[in-house]
Write a protein that binds this ligand. Structure first.
Ligand code: SF4
Ligand code: SF4
Ligand code: FES
Length: 748
């Protein structure tokens, strides 16, 4: 037998003969033959089957009793009957047993209409009940967190939720308490279920026991329209369904893309969509006049932008104009801005405000895909920012790889969530040797400084031709697309030009506000004051918008039609789930109107604008609107490295023997999260200290502490860590990354 041959077995299910790979669970084998076996607890994404619910009972010839098809593997010569009289009797009996204590409150249950228990009872269950006693009741609903409600009496103890918590997110927060008939699902010590991925248990629950506090009683499945979209709140690009009813997005659920998210969402992607209707959203354009900012129509905005662009380019040349984009812009919007600036006379395009921002061209020959983590034997995570903070559900893929047997090494100070599954911590100088020693290594770079160094390390380790590569995480959701479209200028160079008076017009697009997110905000503020024209395009007021002469209200991702490109270079489609509010005009239309003032024909139609994008950069070559479709394929072309990437300067070693601040942006940060009240409890105010440092400073676990660092002051509760490197002080910081000396004080 050749190495590529897979051992197979041939069996018969309900009279149909089929051949499947050896080891296939019977449930899956039946599915390949088009035979459905009813299930509740079986869910391959949660790990091996546990056979908890017995819903999948089938008759196997030669076996004395009915068998659970999820825990049985397909065997050669097996003859299986899923609807024989005895199988049907077993399935009906299981449903009758499950329904002993399950309230028949489908008409008022949130799951009604999309409930596996309801559906399977209709198809496989008894037509009536023989049970006339009172059913078990519990206090309800229990808020297991501000996001999730638990109606315990509906729980059928399938353990999907606890297995997700323990075996997928590995946060160990959901547990089954008590035993046997009194067993109940609970959070550990009744604490709120905190974690980046808690909302997935709502989707996993096959009954209405775990429901979303946001969606409860909002809609019935037959009243909603599910629109396919992509989450644009981080660079992972998870695939989603937006459930729309009565002109509003009622919930976001996953739309499993095996290559991207495997059907998981983080809580930011699942719940933060409510920011779109926050009260402080810009609902009309504004242009500064003699009496301050005054309402402006789309045409007035377009005319003002075009006039100012032309004025500055003509009088002061291309050095006088810069566009700083956050990565929340679609490829089509970013391309339209780039074209406007080019036609006006030129200017700088900035797509990342941080020093060392990703050089994606240098990385391209070494690029890995997200799915490649499934085959990796070694994963090295480089960067102080945690994987789950930088790229949400990518953390779940890393954890899965480690459970499968991949070795995980971390580069950085430690003290983060992956420490407990990592095989150790290495220095930056040891990455190359580690990568060389592995057969299929993947290097994940989680922040701009690590991204800059990744290409050189990958090259030195010989990752160009063989398996393995680099997964680099950009700051902005669509930073990859922006970079391909020419947003490559260094923000520091633009700042210098602003300070020496050369820069006259600054366009700031989105949430990457220089005054709150970039290094040295004071210098940016002084520079902004010197600019003659500041244009801000944003959903909400930002510190920069206060200086703006033109405010172009932005559309939210769920209102956009267009494309964005995720961290692995996959270009996916955003769909306009809802129309933008009345006074907010699609940016493409405003920019096309501005183009007309400059004699430039821009496409206002997103599909045609994508045609221009596809021609503008090799990253999009060969892609069409139709090809992207709902499941965006990933072009797997890797260019060969033309020359060795430049080695990045080594990061400055911490000076002296004092404490060193490590402040990084958490997942639950940014304008959308700030406007999602339900997510407030997820924001951590922990200050993580190495145990030895805390003891030396006399700081106890949970004690209030204040850290003074280069970025400002951060206060919170001390968490003492055994895995954080001595000297490091880790905390959540929304602004530019903080590294450098700090002082820590315990508060009275
Ligand atoms: S709460 Fe839902 S997912 Fe969890 S064990 Fe009960 S039925 Fe299963
Ligand atoms: S991981 Fe990122 S893309 Fe995925 S749901 Fe979360 S915020 Fe959205
Ligand atoms: S699905 Fe097989 S025992 Fe639950």
């Amino acid at each position: 037998m050749s190495a590529t041959d897979v051992a197979t077995v041939t069996l018969e299910i309900d009279g149909r003969e089929l051949t499947v790979p050896k080891g296939t669970p019977l449930v899956l084998a039946a599915a390949t033959a088009g035979v459905e076996i009813p299930i509740f607890c079986y869910e391959p994404r949660l790990g091996p089957a546990i056979g908890a619910c017995r819903m999948c009972l089938v008759e196997v010839e030669g076996m004395p009793k009915l068998q659970a098809a999820c825990t049985l593997t397909a065997g050669d010569g097996m003859k299986v009957h899923t609807r024989s009289a005895s199988a049907a009797e077993g399935q009906e009996a299981v449903l009758e047993f499950i329904l002993l204590n399950h309230p028949l409150d489908c008409p008022v249950c949130d799951k009604g209409g999309e409930c596996p228990l309801q559906d399977l009872t209709y198809r496989y269950g008894p037509g009536n009940t023989r049970f006339h006693l009172n059913k078990r009741t519990y206090e309800k609903p229990l808020a297991i967190s501000p996001l999730i409600a638990l109606d315990r009496e509906r729980c059928i103890l399938c353990y999907r939720c606890t297995r997700f918590s323990q075996d997928v997110a590995e946060d160990e927060q959901l547990v089954a308490r008590e035993r046997g008939a009194t067993s109940v699902i609970a959070t550990f010590e009744d604490q709120p279920y905190r974690g980046r991925f808690s909302g997935n248990v709502i989707e996993l629950c096959p009954v209405g026991a775990l429901t979303s506090t946001e969606y409860r009683f909002k809609a019935r499945p037959w009243e909603i329209t599910n629109v396919p979209s992509v989450c644009a709140l981080c660079p992972t690009g998870c695939n989603t369904w937006a459930s729309v009813r009565e002109g509003g997005v009622q919930r976001m659920i996953s739309r499993n893309h095996p290559g991207v998210d495997e059907g998981w969402l983080c809580d930011k992607g699942r719940f933060a969509h409510v920011h779109m209707s926050a009260g402080d959203r810009y609902l009309q354009g504004l242009v500064r006049g003699p009496r301050g900012l005054e309402p402006a129509t789309a045409e007035q905005l377009a005319e003002t932008i075009a006039r100012r662009l032309r004025h500055h380019a003509t009088l002061h040349g291309p050095e006088s104009i810069a566009v700083v984009a956050s990565g929340e812009q679609s490829n089509e919007e970013a391309h339209a801005w780039a074209e406007l600036v080019r036609v006006a006379g030129g200017g700088a395009l900035v797509g990342n405000g941080f020093p060392g921002g990703g050089d994606w061209d240098a990385l391209a020959p070494y690029a890995a895909t997200i799915a490649e983590l499934d085959r990796a034997d070694l994963i090295v995570v480089s960067g102080e920012r945690e994987v789950g903070d930088a790229a949400g559900v990518l953390e779940l893929r890393v954890r899965q790889a480690v459970r499968r047997g991949a070795r995980l090494l971390l580069v950085g100070s430690g003290g983060g969530d992956l420490d407990h599954v990592a095989g150790g911590r290495i220095a930056a100088g040891e990455i190359e040797a580690a990568l060389r020693a592995a057969e299929h290594p993947v290097l994940i770079a989680t922040e701009p400084a690590a991204v800059a160094a990744a290409a050189a390390v990958a090259h030195a380790a010989g990752l160009g031709g063989g398996p393995g590569g680099v997964l680099a995480v950009p700051e902005g959701p669509n930073e990859r697309g922006l970079h391909a479209l020419g947003y490559r200028e260094d923000a520091a160079a633009v700042l210098k030009r602003a300070e020496d008076g050369t820069l006259q017009m600054l366009v700031v697009l989105g949430d990457a506000d220089p005054l709150s997110r970039f290094p040295e905000p004071e210098r940016w503020e002084a520079a902004l004051q010197r600019c003659e024209s500041v244009v801000a395009s944003s959903l909400f007021p930002t510190p920069t918008a206060l200086w703006a002469h033109v405010i172009l209200p932005a559309t939210a991702a769920l209102e956009k039609d267009g494309t964005i490109t995720n961290l692995e270079g996959r270009t996916q489609r955003l769909r306009p789930v809802l129309p933008a509010p009345a006074g907010v005009h699609p940016e493409l239309a405003v920019l096309a109107a501005a183009g007309r003032h400059l004699g430039l024909e821009l496409e206002a139609s997103p599909s045609r604008a994508f045609g221009r994008v596809a021609e503008a950069a090799p990253l999009f070559a060969g892609l069409t609107w139709e090809l992207i479709g709902e499941t965006a394929p990933l072009a797997s072309r890797r260019p060969t490295a033309a020359k060795a990437p430049r080695a990045a300067a080594p990061a400055a070693a911490p000076s002296g023997d004092g404490l060193r601040a490590v402040g990084r942006r958490p997942l639950f940060a940014g304008a959308a999260v700030a406007r999602t009240e339900r997510l407030a409890f997820q924001r951590s105010d922990e200050i993580v200290l190495a145990r030895a440092d805390a003891l030396r400073l006399g700081i106890a676990e949970g004690a209030p502490v204040t850290v003074r660092h280069a970025g400002g002051t951060t206060s919170g509760a001390a968490r003492l860590s055994r895995t954080l490197a001595p000297g490091a002080v880790r905390f959540a910081w929304d602004g530019a990354p903080v590294d450098g000396e700090c002082t820590v004080e315990g508060q009275a």
